[in-house]
Design a binder for this molecule. Structure first.
Ligand code: AP5
Ligand code: MG
Ligand code: ZN
Length: 218
């Protein structure tokens, strides 16, 4: 059983790397942001609550977020471990995750800290397009689709996320620095933090991640 966290600012490449890991690691990726966006598009009560915060680039309150993730990881496909993307994002969430995993006889095995400077984060968010059908992530300059506006994988239409406007991007970066970056110390103290140089090509970042994760699988 292996539980891995992808930690990094908005645009660091958590989603991109999570997708690449799925090609060789037989674990589901649980992205709190994707779960919120699914709730938003299905217009659930939880989605309505979360939207207010997401539109502002702020964190959704811990109770809501922790409950949603706890439900998700109790599903059968998560029994052998999970790749967490965008969760935990506060110390309270990290403590709650420790408790949830401990109840299942598990613990966080590795935290992949994808390091990317603020300038590069903004550059990446500005050019991001996402598939409305399958969630595949593209970038206008760095990883463009073959036919403009159309997903290579499934033919779905690409869209820009609502929180990918400059004001919200800057707010998300601030929020990351204030509320989420303390998790680096939290996991460093537990001896599970692994720094990953996020300012390389997606393939090079993926290779560094694979090198860090492979030893955990034996
Ligand atoms: P969330 O969806 O998690 O957004 P985020 O943290 O802002 O991260 P992003 O998804 O924007 O970036 P990413 O790291 O996945 O980068 P990506 O791979 O797309 O959260 C959204 C909101 O939901 C939050 O603001 C909050 O309100 C709420 N929320 C979610 N989780 C929560 C929690 N735990 N607690 C409370 N609230 C929560 O890549 C970005 C772009 O760069 C893409 O275009 C990609 O193609 C490109 N790219 C990626 N890697 C590279 C590379 N190596 N080289 C060049 N380009 C690259
Ligand atoms: Mg993401
Ligand atoms: Zn698609």
């Amino acid at each position: 059983m292996v539980d891995i966290i992808l930690l990094g600012g908005p645009g660091a490449g958590k989603g991109t790397q999570g997708e690449l890991m799925a090609e060789w690691l037989p674990l589901p990726r649980v992205s709190s942001g994707d779960l919120f966006r699914a709730n938003l598009s299905q217009e659930t009560e939880l989605g309505k609550q979360a939207k207010v915060y997401m539109d502002r680039g702020e964190l959704v309150p811990d109770e809501i977020t922790i409950g949603m993730v706890a439900d998700r990881i109790s599903e059968p496909d998560c029994a052998n471990g999970v790749v967490f993307d965008g969760f935990p994002r506060t110390v309270a969430q990290a403590e709650a995750l420790d408790d949830l995993l401990a109840d299942m006889g598990r613990q966080v095995n590795a935290v992949l800290n994808i390091e990317v400077s603020e300038d590069v984060l903004l550059e990446r968010l500005a050019g991001r397009w996402t598939c409305s059908q399958c969630g595949e992530i593209y970038h206008r300059l760095f990883s463009p689709e073959k036919v403009e506006g159309v997903c290579d994988k499934c033919g779905g239409a690409l869209y820009q996320r609502e929180d990918d406007n400059r004001e919200t991007q800057l707010r998300r970066i601030r929020v990351y620095q204030e509320q989420t970056s303390p998790l680096q110390d939290y996991y460093q103290e537990k001896g599970v933090l692994v720094d990953i140089d996020g300012e390389q090509s997606p393939e090079a970042v993926a290779a560094e991640i694979r090198e860090a994760v492979q030893p955990l699988l034996v």
